[in-house]
Design a protein around this ligand. Sequence first.
Ligand SMILES: Cc1cc2nc3c(=O)[nH]c(=O)nc-3n(C[C@H](O)[C@H](O)[C@H](O)COP(=O)(O)OP(=O)(O)OC[C@H]3O[C@@H](n4cnc5c(N)ncnc54)[C@H](O)[C@@H]3O)c2cc1C
Length: 483
Amino acid sequence: MVVPEKQLAAEKEQGRGNGLPERVIVSEKVKRRLAEIVGADRILTAHEDLMVYAYDATLPEYLPEVVVFPRDAAQVAEILKLANAEQIPVAPRGAGTNLSGGSLPLHGGIVLGLARMNRILEVDKENLTAVVEPGVVNADLQAYLAPMGLFYPPDPASMNACTIGGNIAENSGGPRCLKYGVTRDYVLGLEVVLPTGEIIHTGGRTVKNTTGYDLTRLFVGSEGTLGIVTRANLRLLPIPEGKRTLLAVYDDLNDASRTVSAIIGQGIIPTTLELMDNMLIGCAEDFAHVGLPKDAAAILLIEVDGFQESLDRQARVIEQLCRDNKAREVRRAQTAEEVNRLWVARRTVIGAVARVRPSYSLQDVTVPPSKLPQMVSRVVEISGKYDLPIGVLAHAGDGNLHPLVLFDKRNREETERVEHAESEICEVALALGGTLSGEHGIGLSKRRRLSLEFSADEIELTRRLRALFDPNGILNPGKIVGE
Ligand SMILES: Cc1cc2nc3c(=O)[nH]c(=O)nc-3n(C[C@H](O)[C@H](O)[C@H](O)COP(=O)(O)OP(=O)(O)OC[C@H]3O[C@@H](n4cnc5c(N)ncnc54)[C@H](O)[C@@H]3O)c2cc1C
């Protein structure tokens, strides 16, 4: 099933978002009151400043009318009470790196910038927990914890920029989530400001907690639609003793995806199992110059971690499985610098595709790992069918695929083909028992496809649940489900 033309046109109209909001919602009086709440140095109203907050990592742009940077939960509560009384839409924002349009101020109004609430408040080594504010950058937390021999497992490829608040709101994953799980598995408790201004606390500091409904898990992944996370209790782990990093090189993309299923099928769970096809290898290499084989059809970046004694054995078994599945070469990284270089290539590849075409659109479909080979070959077919370059990038071990469709958004006809190709990719994933989004969320960009996965009753329940938290619909309106 493809998205009907009429719907496409309406969505495109909506996605155009090329300037001022349809109407002025934030009066001068409200701006003055916001400035009183946060202080004059924590509010932006000049057009050139607002432009910086009009976009995220997707294509549309929507200009907010005001951006505020609260200092603490009490200020967030004051802002939300005011917005609620005045019926002003509020778009929460961390670093704006999301890939689903989640932080875009669709109707103008207020952008609530959480990035300056960025203190690491506590690390409890004895109990393996940390308490942080939402604006802490993921990589800063990792760097703070490393000297203590600890780490926080969720590691989005954007970790050098994205914030813990954004990670929580998107239930973000990342390369090592194959072994360690996603953000939701590491959030023990939250302080949240509800859209109506009440400050609540959910969960606690223990891994086990079955007291009442699990509100913590409901807020994680709620994409800034149910409340503002102002503090989080996180679960930490000790850094494993060692790791091995392997690069397997293939002449056929299908052999690479079959290797992934073979490794998981053997009951081996590497920390990381990342797949990149030929086009993306070329982009990553041209950008990062790390010695990737540009003539290969695909590579797998594989990492295992654990006790030293087990590492070589795990690596040997994996090497053999790669060779059994026709890897032409399997290299083991010999130095920390080599490992680092490979990761730079992987983490920068999404930006590097800008060398091929001016625009990209990235899907986030996820299928059971055994279906990965089928999913990958269908993506290749769809690329041919719609005559569009589609790079295959995947957190392959957990079946999470990021087909990167490259095009030029100024070309209307090409943009329409992108919509159709992506709809088909989503339909294939669902038919294989998968889901529309593994880690990027639905936000604005995938909301029209929600009905492919959710029934009318499920969408209605989602709406009702949301209205319970946000009766006036001020918080991130239009995200996940349309208004
Ligand atoms: C190059 C690149 C690589 C990426 N790699 C990965 C990856 O490997 N895995 C992955 O999962 N994602 C990845 N992402 C997507 C993105 O980085 C994540 O979704 C990230 O969690 C967003 O964090 P942020 O701070 O940028 O949040 P933003 O983009 O600012 O916001 C994301 C959502 O969270 C809401 N929000 C933000 N802060 C709060 C808060 N305190 N309370 C309530 N709601 C809030 C926003 O309204 C929005 O809906 C990647 C993005 C890029 C550009």
